[in-house]
Design a protein around this ligand. Sequence first.
Ligand code: SF4
Length: 372
Amino acid sequence: MNFNYLILTINGLECKSILNNEICKNILIFVSTISTAFYVYYLYYLILYLFKSIYKNMKNDVDYKNKILQLKQDKNAIIMAHYYTTGDIQDIADFVGDSLFLAQKAATTNADIIVICGVHFMGETAKILSPDKIVLVPDLSAGCSLADSCEASDFKKFIDDNSGHKVISYVNTTAAVKALTDVVVTSSNAVKIVESFPKEEKIIFGPDRNLGNYINSLIGRNMLLWNGACHVHEQFSFKKLISLKEIYPNAKVLVHPECKDSIVKLADCVGSTAALLKYAITSDAKEFLVATEAGILHEMKKQAPDKLFIPVPPDDSSSACNDCSYMKLNNLEKLYLCLKNNSPEIHVDSTIIDRAKLPIIRMLEISEKLGL
Ligand code: SF4
């Protein structure tokens, strides 16, 4: 009797009077047994399906990794991964770093093929510095909202409308925009390079308005700014960062200068991805709130496994961290296919290469002079 009552309760039918009817009671026991059997069967197949797909993914990853390593060797290729790609791509790469480091490093190797796991402009930068090598990117549609916010023809008009200005461009630009530029900068050397120009020098800075504003306010300049931005770094939530600071009062706040001013003001360290990584490793602090693309956490955790890194979420309430959808287009399957097919390849017009190389060389010369 107790067992019957329990089954009826489980099925939400707490009706003792039915128990007095022998036929109803048996029907309910039958229905209950069938439904329990169905639940068990369903659960079994769900668990089996989950295990199968996890195993399949792991096996695919191992297969792709082995094939990529073999192709890399056969074709004398080198794999460069940006900090914002996924961990599995970073783990298989020969070098991990920011865009200019990858392009410079690739140019010093004797590899015939350079694979840039990053976004399109990074492939172009590598091609500018290694015009005789084959430069591949796993997904040609991996763009960049910041580089895309600065069309070369529009930028040229802006420069023409403001003649007499030196043109300083952030490395996150297309080759065509670099070709219109006097000096290229990165987030790690931008402040010092701008500072090296006389105060009275009129400067156009593009394309990132947040980085430009940050430099202007830090060193008291009045550069004319192109109105571009990175959709990832603009999205960090001020409110959520304040809440995280309350939960982790001892955490240091690491912020990329492409972020909005309200986020930069809360930073303990403002810098390039490489600078934030260095700060995280060398700091005595044990907890960090990280306001840059979440891919950098992979290297941070690898280099400082005893520390806690918390990604600052974007305004969008649906996600816990801020990913660059373009960077995440890179995956092992595409990396394997691009090495196998030597495609997609980056092509840059040779006149653009010649012109775009000059502002990069100028940056390297100024950096060397400044001891950067
Ligand atoms: S994080 Fe921003 S700047 Fe970097 S590649 Fe993505 S869109 Fe471009």
